[in-house]
Design a protein around this ligand. Structure first.
Ligand SMILES: Cc1cc2nc3c(=O)[nH]c(=O)nc-3n(C[C@H](O)[C@H](O)[C@H](O)COP(=O)(O)OP(=O)(O)OC[C@H]3O[C@@H](n4cnc5c(N)ncnc54)[C@H](O)[C@@H]3O)c2cc1C
Length: 196
C-alpha cells in the first residue's frame, strides 16, 4: 500500500514460481477485493472509498541466462532483473543500467561491441547480484505455503528486520549477512516456541 498525495495505491501480487501447477488458478481481482475488505474491517481504510479502475502488470523475477549478445545488453525488466522475493525492480534496473553504461563506454572506446566485449557487464552483474538472486528465487517458491508463521516471528524482532532490509539491496548482501540473519532467526523461532 503506497500513500500518495491525494490517493492510495493498493495492490496484491502473486509469484508464479510459488504457484503449484496442480492448484487451481487464483483470481487476483477477487483476492484484491478480499484484501480491501480486510483492510476496511481492520479500520485501516475508510469504509467508503472511491475506487478507480484496477490496473495490473507483470514483473519478471527470473534472470535471463545471458544478458549480453552482439551489440545488446539487457538491463532491468528486459533481463528479468527484479528481486525474486519482493518484486522490487527499480533499484536493480538502475544498477544494471549503470553497469551496462560503464561497459558500453569501454566497448565504444575500444571500438568493439561484440558479445565478448560486452560480457564484462554480465560478469559484473553476476558478481554482485546473481548469488543473492538465486537464493531468493529458491526462497520465493515458498511464498504462500505456510510461511505466515515465519514472517510473524521475524516481524517481532526489529533488529532482524533491520539486518534483512539492509542486506537485500546491498550487492551480495544476503550472502554476506546470512550468518547474521540465520542464527538470529533460528534463535527467534526457539524463543517463540518456548514462550508459547
Ligand atoms: C504493478 C507493478 C508494481 C510495481 N511496484 C514496484 C515497486 O513498488 N517498487 C519497485 O522497485 N518496483 C516495482 N515494480 C517493478 C518496476 O516497475 C520495474 O521492475 C522497473 O520499472 C523496471 O525498469 P525498466 O527500466 O527495466 O523497465 P520499464 O520501467 O518498463 O521501462 C521500459 C521503458 O521502455 C519503453 N519501451 C518499451 N518498448 C519500447 C520500444 N519498442 N521503443 C521505445 N521504448 C520502449 C516503455 O514504454 C518503458 O517506458 C512494479 C511493477 C509493476 C508491474
Amino acid at each position: 500500500m503506497f500513500p500518495k498525495k491525494e490517493h492510495l495505491n493498493i495492490g496484491v501480487v502473486e509469484f508464479r514460481q510459488a504457484v503449484k501447477p496442480s492448484n487451481e488458478k487464483k483470481n487476483l481481482q477477487t483476492n484484491f477485493m478480499y484484501y480491501l475488505q480486510t483492510l476496511k474491517q481492520q479500520k485501516l481504510l475508510p469504509t467508503r472509498l472511491p475506487k478507480i479502475a484496477t490496473q495490473g502488470g507483470a514483473f519478471p523475477t527470473c534472470q535471463m541466462k545471458r544478458l549480453t549478445a552482439d551489440r545488446i545488453m539487457l538491463c532491468g525488466d528486459a533481463g528479468g532483473l527484479t528481486n525474486p522475493m519482493a518484486g522490487e525492480g527499480i533499484f536493480y534496473a538502475m544498477c544494471s543500467g549503470e553497469m551496462a553504461a560503464y561497459t558500453a563506454i569501454k566497448a565504444l572506446e575500444n571500438q568493439s561491441t561484440d558479445k565478448q566485449s560486452l560480457r564484462h557487464y554480465q560478469r559484473r552483474w553476476n558478481q554482485e547480484f546473481h548469488g543473492d538472486f538465486s537464493m531468493m528465487h529458491r526462497l520465493s517458491k515458498r511464498w504462500g505455503r505456510n510461511i505466515d508463521h515465519f514472517i510473524e516471528v521475524a516481524c517481532k524482532d526489529k533488529k532482524l528486520i533491520d539486518v534483512i532490509c539492509e542486506a537485500i539491496p546491498k550487492p551480495g548482501g544476503i550472502q554476506q549477512d546470512k550468518w547474521r540473519i540465520l542464527p538470529r532467526f533460528v534463535f527467534d523461532l526457539c524463543k517463540n516456541r518456548i514462550l508459547q
